[in-house]
Write a protein that binds this ligand. Sequence first.
Ligand SMILES: CC(C)(COP(=O)(O)OP(=O)(O)OC[C@H]1O[C@@H](n2cnc3c(N)ncnc32)[C@H](O)[C@@H]1OP(=O)(O)O)[C@@H](O)C(=O)NCCC(=O)NCCS
Length: 330
Amino acid sequence: MKDRLLPVGIAGLGSYAPQRVLTNAELAQMVETSDEWIFQRTGIRERRVAAEGEDSGAMGTLAALRAIENAGLEPGDLDLILCATTTPDKPFPSTACRIQDRIGAKRAGGFDLNSACSGFIFALNTAAQFIRTGLKKRVLVIGTETLSRLIDYEDRNTCVLFGDGAGAMVLTPLEDAGRGEYLGGSIHADGGKDDVLEVPAGGSSLPASLETVRNRQHYMVMGGNKVYRFAVSTFVRLVREALEPYGYEELGRIVPHQVNQRIIESALERLDLPKEAAFTNIHKYGNTSAASVPMAFDEAYREGKLPEGKLVCSVAFGAGLSWGHFLLRW
Ligand SMILES: CC(C)(COP(=O)(O)OP(=O)(O)OC[C@H]1O[C@@H](n2cnc3c(N)ncnc32)[C@H](O)[C@@H]1OP(=O)(O)O)[C@@H](O)C(=O)NCCC(=O)NCCS
C-alpha cells in the first residue's frame, strides 16, 4: 500500500499582513506595560491589526492569491481549500467557502479547521493525505487570523502578545511542485486542559448574551505561565521526534509557531541548537496563531533561509491543548 502513496511537495507560498502597525509604545498608552517589558519577555516590538471591515477571509484571500501565483497556477486549478482559523468570518458559512468565491476557485471544495495555534500544521498534514492517496491533486492550505477581534485591550496579559495576518501554501504531487517534499507530521491533543487558553463565550456552551458581553467573556483568557512551560517542553519533544530518523546534521531550519522569542530560544538551548537554527519574525507580527507558521515560512523562503536539500521542520502548540509538526525536505 505504502508504495502507492504519492510523494507530496510545496508548490507555492504566500502571505499577507495588514497595514496598520500597533507598536509596544502604543500599547503602553492603553495598559500598564512598557516596550522594554514586552520586548524582554516576548521578543515582540510590534504587531499588525486588521482594518475595519478587513476580516480573516479577506486576508486569507490575499495570501492565497500570492501562493497560487508563486505555484504558477490559476485559482481554477485548485481541487480543495483548507482554511485553518480560530477567528472565522462568521460561525458559518466556512471562511474556506468565502475564500473559494473571492479567488474564483470554481472547481474546489473547501472547509475550515480550528485548532488554534496548531491549526495550520494540522491543515497541512490533512492536505498532504489527500494528495498522497491520489484523491486530490492541488490543495490550497491557508492560516488566517483576526485575533485583534478576540483581544481585550484592557488585559495586559494577552493584548501585548497577539496580532493579525494570513499565510498560505499550495500542495501538489512532488513531481509537479519540484520542492519541499513532505516527509510526515503529527497531530496531538490533550483536551483536559481547555481552560489554559480559551474564549469562554460565543459558542454553543455559553452563547452570546448581554451578560456575557458585560462580563467580557468574548475575549481570550490565558494562563501565561502554564502555556509557557507546555510550549517549551513540547517544542523540544516534537523536534527531537521529527529529526530522530535523520540526525541533526540534516537540519536546514526550524520554522516554528511564532509563540514567544523566549520560548523559542529556551527550546533551542535545550536542543543544543544555535539561535539561528530557527527562523523568527515575531518581533514584527507577534503571535498570529494559525497564520504564524505560513507567514514565517513565506518570509524565510523569500529571504533564502530555507537551505536546499535540507530538512525544514515546523512545530506548533496552542489551545486545546493541541500540538503537532510537519517535516519537509526543501
Ligand atoms: C505571558 C508571558 C509573556 C508572561 O511572562 P512571564 O515572565 O511569565 O510573566 P508573569 O506572568 O510571571 O508575570 C510577571 C509579572 O509581570 C506582570 N505582567 C504581565 N503582563 C505584563 C505586561 N504586559 N506588562 C507589564 N507587566 C506585565 C505580571 O502581572 C506579573 O506581575 P507581579 O509579579 O506583580 O504579579 C509568558 O508567560 C508567555 O509568553 N507565556 C506564553 C504565552 C503564549 O505564548 N500564549 C500563546 C500560546 S499559542
